[in-house]
Write a protein that binds this ligand. Structure first.
Ligand SMILES: Nc1nc2c(ncn2[C@@H]2O[C@H](COP(=O)(O)OP(=O)(O)OP(=O)(O)O)[C@@H](O)[C@H]2O)c(=O)[nH]1
Ligand SMILES: [Mg+2]
Length: 386
């Protein structure tokens, strides 16, 4: 039987292959999974009506109405549209986003970070299935622009999230695979808003805690949760200090079996470490909790912590303030990003860039002067100050 996520994958493949009217049974070698031997008719994966809907572009109205009526196929297509790098798709996506904006903002936004293998996906599976049992609708998004996740990871995540991936009340979307970290993060943020408009009331954003993606996730969520492992004093050093300062709660995962004792000790260590750090949110000091994503121990308490945080921060206006600041920061970031993209894509700039780089690296031209010349080329006018 075809699961919902197969449907999603099918649409994904359609969208990424750019096949608006692809033939059934066509081999797409690089994708592997769709390959069919010559002469063998491929079984249709989708019902004919679904095929028709996936094969042509939706109008803006169809996107908006589909999202608001909680149609998962349209949700998948809308996120694909957002992720597309084609300028006409970007324009269309912006219009869709503008129409959806009044319907966004109603979810609990939770960021989850931690080193590879700490158990982020297993944790989301465990908490997420509890939440859907309670009647919540949850969305899981990921930010990971590294090549680590370029293939196979989607399957990896699905096996880690076995229950959620077939749960009609859960929507799992892997990280967009292309683009700069800033670009990927922006698209994930928009995907989060679209999920909210489609009625998902808890959104998890998973990111691996090894780069800068944590700060990006922090800047789009209400609650930022750092997952850690016990039994490693060095672990404390492995996770950058700055990331601990961002955490609204630190959770030591895998507190099961022999590890349970180590987890308790680690809890005290982290409590002391957090005590020394400055933390920006009023009326809250980040707790250190332990859990086992595998057995479910401690998961309930973590959800209770998130709910307490949210209740308190809604009452004192902090969440609203934070979201306003986040929106402004994203606007400024997006201006900077667009200017940079335009600058790098500018033919005149590209023409002189190599020469400027050569001269600057040889010490023949002061970097500021080279920058000024390049900007002049870009703006095609005098810029007296940088
Ligand atoms: N014993 C134990 N194992 C766990 C627990 N949580 C996760 N694991 C195991 O740890 C491994 C990694 O789990 P994932 O959930 O994939 O970890 P992740 O942080 O999402 O990893 P990446 O997405 O690769 O960064 C898997 O084999 C899990 O079964 C736990 O609470 N206890
Ligand atoms: Mg994972």
């Amino acid at each position: 039987m075809m699961s919902i996520d197969d449907t999603h994958d099918e649409i994904e493949r359609e969208a990424h292959s750019g096949a608006e009217s692809g033939e059934e049974g066509t081999a797409r070698g690089s994708e592997g999974r769709l390959e069919v031997r010559p002469g063998v008719t491929s079984p249709g994966n989708l019902s004919p009506s679904l095929q028709r809907r996936t094969r042509r572009e939706l109008s803006i109205d169809e996107h908006v109405e589909g999202i608001l009526s909680r149609d998962r196929v349209v949700l998948g297509k809308t996120i694909t549209l957002i992720e597309s790098l084609r300028p006409e798709h970007t324009r269309k996506a912006l219009e869709v986003m503008e129409r959806l904006l009044p319907h966004t903002g109603k979810s609990v936004r939770v960021g989850i970070t931690g080193v590879p293998g700490v158990g982020k996906s297993t944790f989301i599976e465990s908490l997420g299935s509890r939440l859907t049992d309670e009647g919540h609708r949850i969305a899981v998004l990921a930010i990971d622009p590294s090549s680590r996740r370029s293939s196979g990871s989607i399957m990896g995540d699905k096996t880690r999230m076995e229950k959620l991936s077939v749960d009609p009340d859960a929507f799992i979307r892997p990280s967009p695979s292309a683009g700069s970290l800033g670009g990927v993060a922006r698209k994930t943020r928009e995907a989060m808003l679209v999920c909210e408009a489609a009625g998902y009331d808890v959104v998890f954003v998973e990111t691996v805690g090894v780069g800068q993606s944590e700060t990006m996730v922090h800047s789009m969520v209400d609650f930022f949760l750092l997952l850690m492992l016990a039994g490693a004093g060095d672990q404390l050093q492995g996770i950058k200090r700055g990331i601990m300062e961002l955490a609204d709660a630190v959770v030591i995962n895998k507190a099961d079996g022999d590890n349970a004792r180590h987890a308790q000790r680690a809890k005290h260590e982290y409590e002391m470490a957090l005590h020394l750090m400055k933390y920006p949110t009023p009326d809250w000091s980040p707790p250190v909790l332990t859990c086992s994503a595998l057995t479910g121990m401690g998961i309930e308490e973590i959800w209770q912590t998130i709910k307490d945080f949210r209740a308190r921060m809604t009452e004192n206006g902090w969440i609203e303030k934070k979201r306003r600041e986040q929106a402004l920061a994203w606007m400024h970031d997006s201006i900077a990003q667009s200017l940079q993209d335009r600058f790098r894509g500018h033919a005149g700039v590209a023409h002189v860039m190599a020469e400027m780089e050569k001269q600057v690296s040889r010490g023949e031209l002061p970097p500021l002067l080279a920058a000024q010349r390049l900007l002049e080329t870009f703006f095609n006018e005098e810029i007296s100050t940088l």
